[in-house]
Design a protein around this ligand. Structure first.
Ligand code: SAM
Length: 257
């Protein structure tokens, strides 16, 4: 499905210029809104739609009238608690100054939380295979300023728009302390989230032998998996499962030291 870009219902000169700039950057068509609803534009253009409004960039996959847009989501409250007790940070064995590769960036909540913990001496890359999600994330992480305590952590996340295995293959051995994977759950979680509008556009692929081999090759300290508590991937790929009572997802770790 092609993606096009347009403006908000009532565009400003600045948002129209921004839409044209993004059209050029992504090499996609800029279509004048002409006061059409998103539904009408989907019907007319038969495309997924990016909307450059004054406040933010929004993404409406075909058939969706609720937008996906950047927000720190759970990172907003996770970073207000002691970070060393965050389940992802604990299981990863991360230390400030470490490097972290998030193979499945999604909404970047995990990436922002980790970035806050590893700090300016650390480095963090987030890989996202859906180019529209990757672009919304890249733009949001570089611009969002409504949570000042997270601004620097967000700016430090480098977004790579790529399939994780393809990106891993470009890397030398042992270049990230921790490699993390959080593929989409195959069992739908019934909670509403900011991610709901793009759920059906996200990469639904699960772990593969090749992905695991590459993650172990690239990681120095640990490979970490987040998956549904019913997932058999923990056992299949040799992760030590950290059971979290009363949660729908578990973490698993392969310690490499
Ligand atoms: C469950 S979400 C990740 C949520 C994320 N951990 C967070 O904190 O917001 C999975 C995301 O990873 C992407 N994804 C899934 N498989 C991928 C792969 N093989 N390579 C790159 N991205 C992938 C999906 O498109 C989706 O956006």
């Amino acid at each position: 499905m092609a993606t096009i870009i347009t403006t908000a219902y009532r565009p400003t000169a600045a948002s129209a210029a921004e839409a044209e700039r993004i059209a050029e950057e992504l090499d996609i068509r800029f279509i004048i809104r002409n006061k059409r609803s998103v539904e009408k534009m989907h019907e007319d253009e038969q495309a997924d739609i990016l909307v450059a409004s004054k406040e933010r960039l929004e993404f409406y996959p075909m058939g969706k009238t609720e937008p996906f847009f950047f927000h720190p989501n759970s990172a907003a409250f996770r970073t207000k608690r002691p970070l060393e007790k965050d389940p992802l940070i604990e299981v990863s064995g991360l230390a400030p100054g470490d490097s972290f590769l998030d193979c499945t960036l999604g909404m970047a909540s995990d990436a922002i939380t980790v970035s806050q913990y590893i700090g300016s001496a650390g480095s963090i890359v987030g890989c996202e295979s859906n180019p529209d999600i990757a672009f919304i994330l890249k733009t949001g992480l570089s611009r969002y300023d409504a949570m000042p305590h997270l601004t620097e952590a967000m700016r430090r996340v480098q977004v790579v728009s790529s399939e994780a295995v393809d990106y891993l293959k470009t890397l030398k051995d042992n270049v990230f302390d921790v490699v993390y994977m959080d593929p989409m759950f195959t069992e739908e979680i019934k909670e509403a989230s900011n991610f709901t509008p793009v759920r059906s556009s996200a990469n639904m692929g699960q772990l593969t032998d090749e992905w695991m081999d590459q993650a172990i090759r690239v990681a120095r300290k640990a490979v970490v998996l987040k998956a549904h508590f019913r997932s058999q991937d923990f056992e299949k790929y040799g992760f030590e499962r950290r059971v979290r009572p009363n949660t729908k997802f578990h973490y698993g770790v392969i310690n490499l030291n």
